[in-house]
Design a protein around this ligand. Structure first.
Ligand code: A2P
Ligand code: 11C
Length: 335
């Protein structure tokens, strides 16, 4: 099937990368439309060698038989416009956090829970970038050793905060005061991503905790997190401590990770080889290293997980969901 596709937030950090990924992965696109706010409407975008004009998003934008809309324009836009698009028969793949925890909305990472896609009612949610890379690495371990508890500590790049976050580091390195972040990010670490909640956690930490349980289908899982913004332009790093129900052999566990879909193991400390954000940037895989036993518990490991937060953490995962959706439609129609 050739699809008619829309990108909402096409001028943003994630939106622009979605265009690149759509071109690279050669989706069967018949027609494509690009939307932004009034500010960028009129901007020219080149896609597959052709020039397109970005349109302002309005309530009428989806009145033209669009099959799939990839949304990446923030929570309030998704809150308002995703149901409008869905009511017109369009399937929304939403990058914002707004619909993720709605029980009616599948929250999908194609390597982990692709089967969830089929129960969509017009909206499919793309998880938070820091959750996506974690669950890609955790899923094969969950299947083999069953997870008891997870402790996340993250080192997140400024690109996660969009164009404005990126600019704060770029300009901050030249001595300019920050505009997006509450403190300078150049030469600093901010234990503060998204807003603070009444219990003292940040919303980013809460997202990681709740989304991990939903994606792994484990309400009972014990998960905790500390999320930190670091002066890195792109790609999130995470130190993950996991405790398992079952015992494991470390070499076998490394093999399980090496064979997992979407995972590349980079773990040769004798040669200083471990995942690095500058190497992960521009790639679609999740890089895993520093895999070692945690001797403080019966059965547990510490490891280091790095991925391009704009690609696998957002754009690539969104496009992969669209691919799965098209595959499902083709199977249903016997094509
Ligand atoms: P615009 O370029 O018009 O501001 P980022 O987080 O990287 O800055 O990207 C945000 C994306 O969401 C941009 O494409 C931005 O468009 C888009 N956006 C922001 N507000 C709206 C809105 N009210 N309607 C549609 N798109 C919006
Ligand atoms: C960050 N993880 O790095 C955030 C960005 O819920 O989609 C993504 C926010 C989200 O700042």
């Amino acid at each position: 099937k050739q699809v008619s596709l829309a990108v909402v937030g096409a001028t943003g950090m994630v939106g622009r990368t979605i265009l690149k990924v759509l071109e690279e992965r050669k989706l069967p696109i018949e027609k494509i439309y690009f939307f932004s706010s009034k500010r960028s409407a009129g901007t020219k975008i080149t896609f597959n060698g052709e020039e397109y004009i970005v349109e302002e998003l309005t309530e009428e934008s989806f009145d033209r038989g669009i099959d799939i809309a990839l949304f990446s324009a923030g929570g309030s836009i998704s809150e308002k416009y995703a149901p409008i698009a869905a009511s017109k028969g369009c399937v929304v793949v939403d990058n914002s956090s707004f619909w993720r925890m709605d029980p009616e909305v599948p929250l999908v990472v194609p390597e982990v829970n692709p089967g969830e896609i089929s129960r969509h009612k017009g909206i499919i949610a793309n998880p938070n970038c820091s959750t996506i890379q974690a669950v890609v690495a955790l899923k094969p371990l969950e299947d083999k050793y069953r997870i008891k508890r997870i402790v996340y500590s993250t080192y997140q790049a400024v690109s996660g905060a969009g164009m404005a976050g990126y600019k704060d580091l770029e300009e901050g390195l030249k001595g300019k005061a920050p505009e997006k972040f509450p403190h300078p990010i150049a030469g600093n670490c901010l234990p503060h991503i998204d807003v603070f909640l009444p219990d003292g956690y940040t919303k980013e930490e809460k997202k990681m905790i709740d989304e991990t349980k939903k994606i792994l289908g484990r309400d009972d899982l014990k998960v905790t997190a500390t999320t930190v913004r670091v002066p890195v332009f792109n790609s999130h790093s995470e130190s993950i401590n996991v405790e398992f129900e079952k015992p494991f052999d470390l070499e076998e566990l490394k093999e399980v990770l090496k064979n997992a879909p979407g995972v590349i193991v980079e773990d040769d400390v004798s040669n200083n080889i471990y995942p690095l954000p500058i190497n992960a940037s521009g790639k679609d895989e999740v890089f895993v290293g520093r895999i070692r036993r945690d001797d403080s518990v019966e059965s547990g490991i510490n490891f280091w997980v790095v991925a391009d937060n704009i690609r696998k953490g957002a754009a690539t995962n969104t496009v992969q969901i669209a691919e799965e959706l098209i595959k499902m439609w083709n199977e249903q129609s016997g094509e």
